[in-house]
Design a binder for this molecule. Sequence first.
Ligand code: NAD
Length: 552
Amino acid sequence: MESTTGQVRSVSGARSEDPPSGASAGVAPHGALLLDDPSPEGAAPVGLEISGGPTIQTYDPRTGQVLAIVPDQSAEEVRASVARARAAAGPWAALTYKERARHLLVVRDRVLDSAEELVEVICAETGKQRAEAVTTELMAVCETIDWYAKHGERILRPQHVGSGTMAHKSAWKRYEPLGVVGVISPWNYPFTLSMTPVVTALFAGNAVVLKPSEVTPTVGLAIGRLFVDDTWGDLVQVVTGGGATGDALVRSGVDKICFTGSVRTGKRVMAAAADTLTPVLLELGGKDPLIVCDDADVPMAVKGAVWGSMQNSGQTCMSVERAYVHADVYDRFVALVLAEVASIRQDDTGSGDIGAMTFGPQVDVVEAHIADAVAKGATVLAGGVRPERPGWWFPPTVVVDVDHTMDLMTEETFGPVLPIMKVSSVDEAVLLANDSPYGLNSSVWTEDADLGEQVANRLQAGNVCINDCIVSYAVTGLPFGGVKSSGMGRVHGAEGLREMSNVKSVLGRRVKLPRELWWFPVPKHLDRIAIAAMRARFGTGIRTKFGRSGRA
Ligand code: NAD
């Protein structure tokens, strides 16, 4: 069978014996062309001839040097991948849930077997620290496979529903595969946010075509390799390229698009999908608030707020992007935040607390938001200035004197920045938290369990953590997704699995009657019989049950 590695053959036209001058190059096990001695920041790899079509190159964010070159695949190549996936979809859909689970557990074993190599691939293209890659990428995916292998069959097996007045009928719903699911993923968690929809779609009986971000395509290709074997080699196809390749996938006739990325691109995806009425699941951006009440355990809230805003260098859709802190604890909170931020180890060793940012242009966004805030009266208490070093680095940054006139408090910053605003009450904090077009995750800190739940209920968000932040995503049983501009549909949980299915309603016969009452010829007094039956069945008391019908 054609494997996903087949898709990088056009790249392998540049042979490993023909490196760019001054550099050595090799075809990595996962298919991309990797440069061992990369060229300087932004420069094309000198003398490297790639035959077989257009390409894109990726960078090591820690150094800014070119890392790999992969094909920029055309709409025709995308359609060919969809066709291969479709051919594999039928036999896969015919398997039992247990058989599908067994194969996904084999894939999970491959993840475990190659954990160290996968971590290297992820860190090289994202600038993450190794522990971040292990916990938020590999472990999160293992957890998801585990949960669906254990609970998936129960969620998807046919379910009977009451048949109401038609008691002689039997009614049930069944969940059927969609066919081929297109997955388009972003660069911030290139493994988790590709694998989660991929394995969910597979468990539901679909084949998949994955289009990873053009910033992190070698992670996508490594994912493709996890699925390559003699039996199911075509089930997961990986296509590499930029926005045009993603657009081609949306228009390729797939049966659903699972898109994770920015609001701007999400709107484009939805508009393109409207042409073919292709259903879409959209996991988009956020501007997640964190509320600290006056009774909070302040040192703990500080730990959470700093971790939640800085982990993965702030490049998490659920990052804490703004904090609202009660005036009674504000000064202490800010002082402890500064001490905590000063202790963050940001380096390129791979074993610090945070690493580089992943995407060069995102650093520009962070700088622009800080400049806008400062111009409008904000004060930077820590960080705030891009360091003079190669690669894409931005220091942990704390900003106060902020308000909702500033982009830093209203637009997604996606960097290691914690803006803190003083509030006089919980009501004010909730009002400000909800004053946003986004609604992804949110966080409230209080020692009063009732208050925590009340605030959680009032927050306009798809997800809320009480006395924590971000980590609700790690509980696979909880559906994850956004409200408002943060998206539609859910991943994880029963809802996430059913997103990947068509629900078919079936009405069968429980008892055979000679005829149905409503068939032709309609009985002469059916109207009166039906009114009497309706009153008897739905009336809430003796009078409505038998009143007028009794007199009639
Ligand atoms: P992006 O929107 O720029 O790109 C996402 C993907 O869409 C990439 O693979 C890209 O190639 C593809 N794409 C671009 N144009 C396209 C088009 N016209 N049609 C189809 N596909 C197209 O997002 P990004 O910068 O890679 O990721 C960061 C964004 O993702 C942030 O806004 C972040 O909040 C969001 N995000 C959301 C979640 C979530 O679960 N809600 C998770 C992670 C990231």
